[in-house]
Write a protein that binds this ligand. Structure first.
Ligand SMILES: NC(=O)c1ccc[n+]([C@@H]2O[C@H](COP(=O)([O-])OP(=O)(O)OC[C@H]3O[C@@H](n4cnc5c(N)ncnc54)[C@H](O)[C@@H]3O)[C@@H](O)[C@H]2O)c1
Ligand SMILES: O=C(O)C[C@H](O)C(=O)O
Length: 324
């Protein structure tokens, strides 16, 4: 049996965690031979609810779970953490944009960035799910100067997965037939789901779908999917968010042959401002990720990539006081 790894999850009593924790405990993230120690963080008012979740995890008798820590202290939750999934944050309601949460949620990520810096494993992999995820990841990273900024990522895998299914359904194929889907930029309504490099069963996506569908149906559907779910469910996506968080961490840690989308610190690739947490197409191998380079970018794509970059630059400017 392998040594256990420590997985910190914030917002442990929330909606997303109610799916996420159980799937991680079942081995969906790191495989059926990887024991885990779950380190769950909540605010003091939610500790009763978190203890209820812990009781349920115990009641599942998951073979891989070696220990569970439930705490309201980030220093305890992040102690020696190998993985940190930062989910705990306020969700938006109907009529709000995700960036409207910036003020309410930003302080959480400066505190947690410091706690990760002081306590986590030096190789910790951090995924920010709490919105606005890209800029929250930037805040956490800037407050963790002893960790490499590349260790801080934000989730656009849900957008990526949404786009896979939209295209597969439109073309009458399966999601596994779709190759090189790309989400550029922010996890927000300005994100750019790009089909210019995507293939379906070996054929360019643009040979299979009309331009009108791409521009006026596919792109807005993916951009607005979060809001559509809030309208339909009366609450933001939860099980699909948890599933995508698992995909993101699994591929980062264990690798994948697929091109996947991850929001990562920009190194200036494709002319994007350095430092902002921007979603790129990446390949994951050997526990690391690399941006897919050399893609041709036409004028339509360039304008969309710039619009979402501009929004991230504005978000960064709005939280400058928290960036250390
Ligand atoms: N990136 C994505 O694709 C994506 C997808 C879905 C949801 N989200 C975001 O994820 C976040 C969580 O969503 P949810 O539906 O689980 O919300 P929720 O309200 O059900 O749960 C959030 C939990 O976080 C806890 N929390 C708040 N502040 C905390 C702190 N400082 N430390 C630890 N825990 C804290 C709350 O007590 C609550 O239990 C929201 O911001 C939502 O918008 C992101
Ligand atoms: O849209 C939201 O606010 C929740 C989440 O970010 C989503 O994309 O479903």
């Amino acid at each position: 049996m392998k040594d256990p790894v420590r997985i910190a999850i914030t917002g442990g009593a929330g909606q997303i965690s109610y799916s996420l924790i159980f799937r991680i405990a079942a081995g969906d993230m790191l495989g059926p031979d990887q024991p885990v120690i779950l380190q769950l963080l909540e605010i003091p008012q939610a500790m009763d609810a978190l203890n209820g979740v812990v009781m349920e995890v115990n009641d599942c008798a998951f073979p891989l779970v070696q220990d569970i820590v439930a705490t309201d202290d980030p220093n305890v939750a992040f102690k020696d953490a190998d993985f940190a999934l930062l989910v705990g944050a306020r969700p938006r309601g109907p009529g709000m944009e995700r960036k409207d949460l910036l003020e309410a949620n930003a302080a959480i990520f400066s505190v947690q960035g410091k706690a990760l810096n002081d306590n986590a494993s030096r190789n910790v992999r951090v995924l920010v799910v709490g919105n606005p995820a890209n800029t929250n990841a930037l805040i956490a990273s800037c407050n963790a100067p002893d960790l490499n900024p590349r260790q801080f990522t934000a989730m656009t895998r849900l957008d990526h997965n949404r786009a896979l299914t939209q295209l597969a359904q439109k073309t009458g194929k399966r999601v596994t037939d779709v190759d090189s889907m790309i989400i550029w930029g922010n996890h927000s309504a300005t994100q750019y789901p790009d089909l210019a490099h995507t293939k379906v069963a070996g054929k360019p996506a643009f040979d299979l779908v009309e331009r009108d569908w791409y521009e006026n149906d596919f792109i807005p559907t993916v951009q607005q999917r979060g809001a559509a779910i809030i309208k339909a469910r009366g609450a933001s996506s939860a099980a699909s968010a948890a599933s995508s968080a698992i995909d993101h961490m699994r591929d980062w840690a264990l690798g994948t042959d697929q091109v996947v989308s991850m929001a990562i610190p920009s190194d200036g690739s494709y002319g994007i401002a350095e430092g902002i947490i921007y979603s790129y197409p990446v390949r994951c191998q050997n526990g690391d990720y690399e941006i897919v380079q050399g893609l041709e970018i036409d004028e339509f794509s360039r304008a969309k990539m710039k619009a979402t970059e501009d929004e991230l630059r504005e978000e960064r400017a709005a939280v400058e006081h928290l960036l250390g």
